[in-house]
Design a protein around this ligand. Sequence first.
Ligand SMILES: [Zn+2]
Length: 110
Amino acid sequence: MIHRGGCHCGQVRFEAEGEIEAAVACNCSICSRKGALLWAVDAKKFHVFDAGPDMGAYAFGKRTLRHRFCRNCGIATHSEGDGFVAINIRCIDGLDPAKIDAVEFDGRSV
Ligand SMILES: [Zn+2]
């Protein structure tokens, strides 16, 4: 199915296709601060509507991920990797994160 979501103010809107069977709770330095629950999809199944200059990008460490966020409201919606996108399921419209199984991932050790 198609999932739609976005940031708080609505400048960044996206849609993704697939089934959310579980979410990843990562303990790395950025995910633990954001409190993000991540669902990874193939980059071809993800689309961001034109957010223009409102969408920022942040990278650190090995810079293998581009962490995207809304420059207006500050919400971190997703991160882009090589061929995949990790979506913060807390930003998906109408989804109750408590109903999705969370799988812990030790990103801090990676
Ligand atoms: Zn926003």
